[in-house]
Design a protein around this ligand. Structure first.
Ligand SMILES: [Zn+2]
Ligand SMILES: [Zn+2]
Length: 348
C-alpha cells in the first residue's frame, strides 16, 4: 500500500515535470509572440495604402464621460498624420488603436477650451518618445503660442531626464518641441489654407462659439474627397458654407432637450449653480437636430456626430439623443464613438 503511494507520487511528479517542461517553452513562445506583436503594432500601413482615413480618437465634450475621451480626430493619408484637437484621454485611445504615433505630422486646435487642449502635452511628448524626429507644428487660434509655451515649460524637465537617460541619438532633444503656428482669423465665413503636404490640404474657417473669441472648424481635402470638422459651434452658416458637398461632416452635438431636463431637475433640487452651468452651455453648441439641418443644408454625403453631450450610457439615451435627426437629414448618419474609422478611396 505504502509502496503504491510512493509510486503514485513519483508518477505524478514525473507527469507534472514533463508538463512543466513542455509548457515552459510554450508559455515563453506565447509571451514572445505577444511582445513581438506589441513592438510592431503601429499600423503604419494607414499612412501609405492610397486611402484617406478619418479616425475618431475622442468623442466626448467637456465633462468626463466614462465611454469617451475628450475631442480628438485623426486624419491619415499619403504619409501625413494630423490630429485635430487633443482632449483628455485621447492619447490612450490613439495608442490603443495602434495608430503610427511616431509619424505624427501636425496637431491642429479648433479652439483653446480645456477639453480640446488637455492632452497637447502628451501628444507632443509621447509622439517624441515613440520616435518622432522633427519638431511638431501645432496650429491654432491666437493664444496657441501661450498653450504650446505652457506645456513646454511643464514638460521641460521630463525632456531633459529622457535625453540624459537614453542619449541624444535615441532621444534627440531638438525633435522634442512643439512649434506654435498661430492662424490669423479668416474674414467672415471664408476658408483659408493652413497646411499642405503630398496632396493633403487643410483649410480653416471661423465658427461661432462666443465668448470663445476665436474658434475654428477645419476642412480637409484629399484627392477629390472632402472632410469637414465643425469644431465647437452653435448652428452656424459658416459650417454650412464650408461643408457644401463634403463626403463627411463631423459635427459637434449637445442634446439641449436632455440637458434642459437636467436644468429643471437641478433647479427643483435647489442645485442652482449646476442649473446655471447646464443652462449656459446650450447657448454655444448645436443640438443634434440642428447639426442634421446643417448637414442637409450643406448637402453632405454623410454625417457623424461627435463632441457628444450629455454622456449616453445606454441605448435609450442614444435614442433620445438622436430623436428627430432622421427627419432633418436625409443622408446616412451615426453617433460617433471612440475608435470609429472611416476610409475613403480617391474620388474616381
Ligand atoms: Zn468642447
Ligand atoms: Zn468649446
Amino acid at each position: 500500500m505504502r509502496r503504491g503511494v510512493v509510486i503514485a507520487a513519483v508518477t505524478l511528479a514525473a507527469v507534472a515535470g514533463a508538463a512543466f517542461a513542455f509548457r515552459a517553452p510554450l508559455l515563453q513562445r506565447i509571451v514572445d509572440a505577444r511582445i513581438d506583436a506589441n513592438l510592431t503594432r503601429a499600423n503604419t500601413g494607414l499612412l501609405d495604402d492610397g486611402q484617406l482615413h478619418v479616425v475618431l480618437c475622442g468623442t466626448a465634450a467637456a465633462l468626463p464621460d466614462p465611454d469617451r475621451a475628450g475631442p480628438c480626430t485623426a486624419i491619415l493619408a499619403d504619409g501625413q498624420f494630423l490630429l485635430i484637437d487633443a482632449g483628455p484621454g485621447s492619447w490612450r485611445v490613439l495608442d490603443r488603436l495602434n495608430l503610427p504615433v511616431a509619424r505624427l505630422s501636425a496637431l491642429l486646435l479648433t479652439h483653446l477650451h480645456s477639453d480640446h487642449i488637455g492632452e497637447v502635452g502628451e501628444a507632443v511628448e509621447q509622439s517624441w518618445i515613440a520616435g518622432r524626429r522633427q519638431p511638431l507644428p501645432v496650429y491654432g487660434p491666437p493664444g496657441t503660442d501661450d498653450v504650446v509655451a505652457g506645456f513646454a515649460q511643464a514638460y521641460r524637465r521630463d525632456v531633459g531626464y529622457r535625453v540624459a537617460h537614453h542619449g541624444a541619438e535615441a532621444m534627440p532633444g531638438e525633435a522634442a518641441p512643439a512649434i506654435a503656428q498661430v492662424i490669423a482669423p479668416p474674414e467672415g465665413t471664408a476658408a483659408v489654407p493652413v497646411f499642405e503636404a503630398n496632396g493633403l490640404t487643410v483649410e480653416v474657417f471661423r465658427v461661432e462659439h462666443a465668448p470663445v473669441d476665436v474658434a475654428y472648424g477645419y476642412r480637409i481635402r484629399w484627392r477629390g474627397r472632402t472632410v469637414v470638422i465643425s469644431g465647437d459651434t452653435k448652428k452656424s452658416p459658416s459650417v454650412i458654407d464650408n461643408a457644401r458637398g463634403a463626403d463627411l461632416l463631423l459635427h459637434e452635438a449637445l442634446a439641449a432637450a436632455m440637458t434642459g431636463r437636467a436644468v429643471e431637475r437641478a433647479a427643483a433640487l435647489g442645485i442652482s449653480r449646476t442649473a446655471k452651468l447646464a443652462g449656459d452651455v446650450a447657448d454655444y453648441h448645436t443640438t443634434p437636430v440642428e447639426a442634421a439641418e446643417v448637414a442637409q443644408a450643406a448637402g453632405v454625403q454623410r454625417l457623424v456626430y461627435t463632441h457628444i453631450f450629455p454622456p449616453l450610457p445606454n441605448a435609450l439615451a442614444r435614442r433620445l439623443f438622436l430623436a428627430g435627426t432622421a427627419e432633418a437629414y436625409a443622408g446616412p448618419q451615426q453617433l460617433g464613438e471612440d475608435g470609429l474609422r472611416i476610409d475613403f478611396a480617391p474620388r474616381p
